[in-house]
Design a protein around this ligand. Structure first.
Ligand code: UT7
Length: 334
């Protein structure tokens, strides 16, 4: 690889996504739990979500990455780094980046998994961007993929209707025109929020035992209302802040690309930014919360529909377990 020492601009040059075929409608949950289509729709904005029965998160990423390479007209051997953002890795180790590297045959790549929950994709984008800017890589694959159905208790009505499975991927490359690409980021973590949204067991603190399984400690635990309150403030604040910091106004923003956890959180962020509903990417109605995958899936769907143009300013924003949250400002480059 050519060694470049000057700082250069990183941009998304290809994007793709994959959703498993099986659709789980709200009526599935109301058929056996004390819930209703009406409750789920009005409290979350979700109508359906997709479920992967066989395979792991690498299988959600694989079709997306194949499509991304095809769109860009390159092969897997051209990839330098794979950053796999997920909280549902195929297994603890080897990393899902390694699993995917083997599946696509990216012989010249190295890579790693990144655990940032719902903000994972933004953290991955920032990491990939810095490798490109510093001259450490020419082509970085940033993937957000989560098989949430693997860590959901389908008897807990507080969490099971919220999540779905999916994967999205972007390619980062250096570009000549410095006014395009990834322009800025504001990222945060606050571990004191961890108690409100986590998975208790399976790690080194609480290794898997019969007891941890009996206690259902291998499922997502969420205090919905508490997380909701922090998410509304956190996501709205960083979204407004990045626009102001870059001397832009809401009129300059083509799209807000929010993490899809709850339509009411998205609406609060949009209102705080003062932008109209048509400038917000929303697909939570179809796919629910796919954790690290929501933002790249949105980007891919809107790009495929021809709704993103070169020069468009996009604000990507997220809030999730950790707590983790942030925003990234992009000027679309192709
Ligand atoms: O992506 C990671 C970050 N996560 C988030 O951003 C999620 C943030 N939180 C939320 O999206 C919302 O808090 C939820 C959708 C999880 C819950 O909505 P809520 O309006 O905050 O409801 P709640 O938790 O305050 O519950 C209200 C009531 C409760 O009943 P009581 O105690 O008032 O009798 C719940 O037991 O709704 C009940 N409830 C349900 N009822 C029917 C909770 N889940 C359900 C359900 N169906 N599925």
């Amino acid at each position: 690889m050519k060694k470049i020492t000057t700082l250069r601009q990183a941009a998304i040059t290809s994007v793709a996504h994959y959703l498993p075929e099986e659709v789980l409608p709200n009526s599935f949950f109301s058929s056996y739990l004390d819930t209703s289509d009406e409750w789920i729709k009005t409290r979350t904005g979700i109508n359906t979500r997709r479920i992967l029965r066989k395979g792991g998160s690498s299988d959600l990423a694989l079709p997306a990455v194949k499509r991304l390479l095809e769109k860009r007209g390159i092969t897997a051997n051209d990839i330098d780094i794979i950053i796999f953002c997920t909280v549902t890795p195929d297994m603890f180790f080897p990393s899902t980046a390694c699993v995917l590297q083997d599946k696509i045959g990216a012989k010249n790549a190295w890579g790693f998994d990144l655990s940032g929950a719902c903000s994972g994709f933004l953290f991955g984008l920032e990491t990939g961007r810095r490798f490109i800017e510093a001259g450490g890589a020419e082509k970085v694959l940033v993937i957000g993929a989560d098989k949430m159905s693997s860590i959901i208790d389908y008897n807990d009505r507080n969490t099971c209707p919220l999540f779905g499975d999916g994967g999205g991927a972007v390619l980062l490359e250096p570009i000549e025109e410095s006014e395009y690409g990834i322009l800025d980021s504001i990222l945060h973590i606050d571990g004191s929020g961890g108690e409100h949204l986590h998975m208790k067991a399976g790690g080194s603190l609480n290794p898997t035992t019969h007891e941890t399984v009996d206690k259902k400690w291998h499922y997502v635990y969420q205090e919905g209302k508490t997380v909701f309150k922090s998410a509304v403030v956190g996501m709205a604040d960083v979204s407004a802040e990045i626009v102001e910091k870059n001397h832009l106004t809401s009129d300059d923003i083509a799209y807000l690309v929010p993490h899809q956890a709850n339509l009411r959180i998205i609406d609060a962020t949009r209102e705080r930014m003062g932008i109209p509903p048509e400038k917000v990417m929303i697909n939570i109605d179809k796919y629910g919360n796919t954790t690290a995958a929501t933002i790249p899936i949105c980007l891919s769907e809107w790009h495929e529909a021809g709704k993103i143009a070169k020069g468009d300013y996009l604000v990507l924003a997220s809030f999730g377990a950790g707590y983790t949250w942030g925003s990234i400002l992009i000027r679309w480059a192709y």
